[in-house]
Ligand binder design. Sequence first.
Ligand code: ZN
Length: 436
Amino acid sequence: METIYSADWLLPIEGAPIQNGAIAFENGRITRLGTSAELGAGRRFPGAAIMPGLVNAHVHLEYSGYTGFGDGLDFGGWIALHLQRKLNLTFEDVVALARLGAAECLASGITTVVDASYNAASPRACSELGLKAIVGLEVFGADPEAALAHFEALKEIAAPALSEQVRLGISPHAPYTVSPEVYAAVRELGVPVVTHLAESAAERAWLTRGEGPLGAMGDELLPPLGETGIRALARAHAAGKEMIAAHCVDLDPEEIELLASLDVAVAHCPRSNGFLGCGIAPLADLLRAGVRVGIGTDSPASAPSFDMFEELRSVVAFSRAREHSSQALAAARALELATLGSAGALGIADQIGSLLPGKRADIAIVALDETSLLPWEDAQAAVVLGGSPERVVLTVVDGETKYEKGEFEWDVLRSASATARGRMLAGGSKARAAGP
Ligand SMILES: [Zn+2]
């Protein structure tokens, strides 16, 4: 049976906003769009906009409880602290953290994430909560055989949770922890490749000259390559359209052209880059070069939340600040990047990222009543400027409600996550949380 929702505005992203719009869906797919006069009002959401579910192009759900850890440290010190605290967790702790992360994403109107998973715990959390995901299982090191063996071990842990909605990927961490040979080998698997590239000047200093704060990382750090990661991967034929590279902040013009010609997609995470003092990615240049760009929140280990609306405002503010122009990026364009743009970065813009008949019924409903943003002037700008998890009333994934404001057991999720966070702060056992 068809379900119909209606609201003050419907924001299809592909196509103009529809005032007093309505959407109909059935069997997980959108069937019709129009005005509520045409479709009938169905369930009416007053003071709200109906929009496509947000697509978070870079996230670490397992780090939901890391908020504020190492705040203010330099990049090398931050990553070293992060690696050390992670070792204090049990596998069940990591699942609890990932559950909270998945819940916070749904509450932020996010329906799909690209996750990088260290422990293979996040697939279980996504499957339980109904958040769609491409989960890149993280591998490290210089040896392709060892990296692929580690991937197989993680895959076994993840396997029971994998489905059409929770799909497998691989995540070679970054060019300073993973060799070009490993990157080349993981391409052969034919799954999405999630990585971190050109995140900081510290990365460039280490990879090109063997200098700088990354030296504090210890065992996980590989020897310098004598060139940047993007150049090394291009030379090794180790990057292409299957790759979603987070950050891409510290780029020269030739590297931007390389990303475009290799068709590597970029997950732009401005808050993470800002809080870590890494800089502001050249978003306008990347878009001009034709690079596929999506938006990611990264995790509370760097940015303090999975709040995609905070991220969107940062996308707009940082881009305009970098370009010294209020025209550099419209709010509506930012919203497009966090929906259709991210979907394109994943290579699935034909299925998600906008509201069109035939696409998956992945929907977020944001209510701006009780705010100063009504009456509406520009509905797309209003959602970007005024949206927040507190204002998301409903998140629908494949036609099923997975989050409804006021209907979620936050207490249980938060207390399990707090236990895990406490264990990280207390230190103690250094046994690696490798499996269930
Ligand atoms: Zn990341």
